[in-house]
Design a protein around this ligand. Structure first.
Ligand code: FES
Length: 273
């Protein structure tokens, strides 16, 4: 069993939990993920590792309450335990040798963008973080990003925090002002990553995106997480979750992501209403 040692509401729909999982914490790296089951009858859900503490033996996860399983997870409190907490899974984000990087995070994707930002910053890389939210009440991890980056740009759809506009507007402005990045790392909604990759392709800047498709086993066996990357089939759970953003077929990924919407709604209505 994996005990919850901390629970904090980051905004009305996003929660942080710190879980006692010493073996996972020992090997975890930014970019990797875990698969958890809240209880024995629960659905398996993949969540990216938002932080870890090897000394304390804990792993931090951040999740958005979007369906039946995350609603159930959110009903648990400090002192309760999760039945399964498997990981670290997937490949760690490549950070070696990078001197200047723009990390672009959107919404709850910022939970994944943050550990990558922190690691690059700790390695001495100059990091510009661009984070986007729909509005001020959905903003998360502002202090953490400020501490782990050389420049932080906050964007919001309605202008209630930071500048009004899209993360791609901010990235374009920085590039046009002369900033030269070795790489752009984008993590957020598929449509956001698609348009970040489209923009950086025009400028010829290498771009890595973190894909988070539906996963079941997380070990390359079920094929549920398959993606088309450069015309080849890849499994996000073992080949990723990071991929070359200029090669990912985002339209196919978006179509696959919407396939189970009716089932998800049915499960939510049955269990939560
Ligand atoms: Fe099953 Fe990736 S989750 S192959």
């Amino acid at each position: 069993m994996f005990k919850i040692v901390k629970k904090k509401e980051l905004n009305p729909t996003v929660t942080l939990m710190e879980i006692e999982a010493p073996l996972v914490a020992k090997k975890a790296e930014p970019g990797q993920f875990i698969i958890l089951r809240a209880d024995a009858a629960g659905e398996r859900i993949p969540l990216t590792i938002a932080d870890f503490d090897r000394d304390k033996g804990t792993v931090t996860i951040i999740y958005q309450i979007v369906g039946a399983t995350t609603k159930h997870l959110n009903s648990l409190n400090v002192g309760d335990s999760l039945t399964d907490f498997v990981g670290p899974l997937g490949q760690a984000t490549h950070t070696e040798g990078l001197k200047k990087v723009a990390v672009v995070g959107g919404g709850v994707g910022c939970a994944i963008a943050y550990p990558v930002t922190k690691k690059l910053h700790n390695l001495g890389c100059e990091v510009h973080a661009i984070v986007g939210f729909r509005s001020k009440d959905l903003l998360i991890l502002e202090d953490e990003f400020r501490a782990a980056s050389n420049k932080l740009v906050i964007m919001s759809d309605d202008g209630s925090v930071g500048e009004k506009g899209l993360v791609t507007d901010a990235l374009k402005k920085l590039i046009d002002s002369g900033e030269q990045y070795d790489e752009v790392i984008a993590i957020g909604p598929l449509v956001m990553m698609k348009f970040v990759a489209k923009l950086t392709k025009e400028y010829g800047i290498k771009t890595v995106v973190s894909m988070n498709p539906i996963m079941i086993d997380g070990t390359g066996m079920c094929g549920g997480c398959r993606l088309s990357v450069g015309g080849e089939m890849k499994f996000a759970c073992v080949d990723g979750p990071d991929f070359d953003g200029h090669l990912v077929d985002f339209d196919e990924a978006m179509e696959r992501a919407s396939m189970y919407k009716d089932f998800e709604k049915h499960a939510y209505d049955a269990e939560c209403n």
